[in-house]
Write a protein that binds this ligand. Structure first.
Ligand code: ATP
Ligand code: MG
Length: 241
């Protein structure tokens, strides 16, 4: 039986340009694709191709010049940025629970998030007392604390060392499988895209150049397998053009 993925977000004819010193810079030119309501949709593209701009448009922080983003259902959007963006004057626990409604605040839930991202024993520490990887994990916990239905992640693991990155990627897969949340994950790392993507969307020249459905591959993927190497080569070629 064929199972059709349910589109969660439709990106329709998104166009965005900026003015830089009186010159128009076209960033997104007629972007069209769909994001499934669950699973990890990876956006991959070279530096400057408009990935962050795209996330800012999806989150509503920025308006497109034309086109529209259609949400199939009401989404509560959470965002994880490339840098932790924690508040330096608040400790780890207060950063994670910052902005939560005091009435519905659930200490056990915050404890479980701290546990989940491996920050046990550091809940009283301030951001400058945490390593970059730990700050990033606190940022992920903060996004989850808000209980969003759609999480936008902008190169969240780019600054991490190989081992921390590997742990975080597996953690993300575990969290996604447990919560069935929709995640839009931006990266410029093809291996990361292949490890995480339920779908991979390649941005190039302001357009959605190509997309790959990896949902049949499951997780715990062997990046050296023939099928993964083939997709990797194809993505490289698409990004080069
Ligand atoms: N507020 C702004 N004003 C003017 N130009 C901007 C603005 N924001 C982004 N740009 C331009 O838009 C283009 C795309 O930027 P964007 O940050 O979306 O790229 P990116 O794909 O996220 O790159 P990276 O991988 O390096 O983060 C760049 O040329 C950038 O200079
Ligand atoms: Mg960016």
């Amino acid at each position: 039986m064929e199972v059709l993925a349910i589109a969660g977000v439709r990106i329709e004819h998104i166009v965005k340009s900026y003015m830089l010193e009186n010159k128009k810079v076209d960033v997104l030119c007629d972007l069209n694709f769909e994001i499934d309501s669950d699973g990890i949709t990876v956006i991959i593209g070279k530096s400057g191709c408009g990935k962050t701009t795209f996330l800012r448009i999806v989150s509503g922080l920025e308006k497109p010049d034309s086109g529209q983003i259609i949400f199939e259902k009401k989404e509560k959007i959470g965002m994880v940025f490339q840098e932790g963006r924690l508040m330096p004057w608040l400790n780890c626990r207060k950063n994670i629970s910052f902005g939560l409604n005091k009435k519905t605040f659930n200490k056990n839930y915050i404890d479980s998030l701290i546990d989940m991202v491996g920050l046990n024993g550091f809940d009283e520490a301030y951001p400058n007392q945490l390593s970059g990887g730990m700050q990033q994990r606190a940022a992920l916990a903060r996004a989850l604390a808000y209980n969003p239905s759609l999480i936008l992640m902008d190169e969240p693991f780019a600054a991490l060392d190989f081992f921390t990155r590997d742990t975080m990627q597996n953690e993300l897969l575990r969290i996604q499988a447990a919560s069935q949340k929709g995640i839009i994950f931006v990266t410029h790392n093809i291996d990361e895209a292949l490890l995480l993507g339920h779908k991979i969307v390649v941005f190039e020249g302001g357009e959605m150049k190509k997309q790959y459905d990896l949902s049949s591959y499951g997780y715990g993927r062997d990046l050296l397998s023939q099928s993964m190497l083939k997709i990797k080569k194809d993505i490289l070629n698409t990004m080069k053009n």
